[in-house]
Write a protein that binds this ligand. Structure first.
Ligand code: ATP
Length: 308
């Protein structure tokens, strides 16, 4: 079974309007509310791939109840800690030109007792998991080495941790030796503090992250595919050209593909094909964190993994 950790989930509310004017009341019947947060996107895609998921994190208030109901409907089992605070809502208002306004709430503050309850329930379930994904930024109040604490539990049991976060939250948790980290090019540039133009630039920056403790690193490049460096080898993944509809959540979908391939003990070349096929398939959907398995299987055939 694949475990997913979403420490700062959100209700993603989308409103489509004709035009983004200010000081005018807008009415619309084109709107949706979904269970969001990077880890929940991963959970959804893993479910679509047909694997069992156990989701962990924090939920609070009626917003938390809403998310719990939504993920249960998708067949995602979960051990969310019920918190005193209220789960956040993220708002996206989009007009007919494709312009949008996005408002992201900061989210609740997690108490020490809530953090300890999460660690306890996670430890009680680790034997049931093969691979665990840990995604997204950290909520307020929580120790910033929380991912490291969870990864230690994962590694002690010989299971595999995939860490997908950025900036300081990534750096401070690398010494726990996650099996895989997956910054995109921009996130890696922000960490290194420079522009990464060539393969050599990317390779050098990847080495720095490996030296800090990651066992493997995948650098996703949007429509240009992915680089991978680490103890499983060095690779460039070339993907087919497609008509992208909405690439938001492609990174989360590629994490789901990695978790799927690794949990099935596939060869690294096959794992990389799954990760990228899921990312590409997500970019072809309107919804975030959604794939069509038939499309994934078609794309798998068109992906080329080059050994560096
Ligand atoms: P997000 O944060 O929105 O989840 P990300 O920035 O972490 O995304 P990306 O690099 O955009 O991740 O995408 C991950 C993978 O998805 C890429 O390596 C690629 O395989 C695929 N992908 C992303 N965007 C496109 C696109 N426009 N066309 C084809 N494939 C794409």
């Amino acid at each position: 079974m694949i475990g997913t950790v979403t420490l700062n989930p959100a209700i993603d509310r989308r409103y489509n309007v004709d035009k983004l004017d200010i000081n005018i009341v807008k009415r619309t019947s084109d709107y949706s509310a979904t269970a969001g947060g990077k880890g929940l996107n991963v959970s959804r895609v893993v479910r679509i791939l047909g694997e069992k998921v156990l989701a962990f994190g924090f939920l609070g208030g009626s917003e938390g109840d809403f998310i719990q109901r939504k993920i249960s409907e998708l067949g995602i089992k979960s051990y969310f800690i019920n918190i005193k605070g209220t789960t956040r809502t993220c708002l996206n208002i989009i007009d007919e030109l494709g312009d949008n306004i996005e408002i992201l709430e900061g989210g609740p503050t997690i108490t020490k007792d809530e953090e300890n309850r999460l660690l306890k329930v996670f430890k009680s379930q680790i034997d049931n998991l093969d691979v665990v994904t840990l995604s997204g930024s950290l909520p307020k109040g929580i120790d910033n080495d929380i991912y490291g604490k969870l990864i230690k539990v994962i590694n002690e049991k010989g299971k595999k941790a995939i860490l997908d976060t950025s900036g300081r939250d990534l750096i401070v948790n690398l010494d726990s030796r996650p099996f895989l980290v997956k910054p995109n090019r921009e996130e890696l540039e922000n960490i290194i503090g420079g522009v990464l133009n060539t393969e050599e630039d990317i390779k050098k920056s990847a080495k720095k992250i490996l030296d800090l403790g990651a066992q493997n690193i995948a650098i996703s490049l949007g429509s240009e595919g992915m680089y991978f460096f680490g103890k499983l080898g060095n690779f460039k993944v070339n993907i087919p050209k497609i008509k992208a509809i909405n690439p938001v959540g492609s990174g989360d979908s590629s994490i789901a593909g990695f978790a799927y391939g690794i949990s099935k003990n596939l060869d690294i070349i096959e794992v990389l094909k799954y990760a990228n096929a899921c990312g590409v398939a997500n970019a072809m959907e309107k919804e975030t964190g959604k794939i069509d398995v038939t499309v994934v299987n078609e794309i798998l055939e068109k992906i080329e993994v080059v050994i560096l």
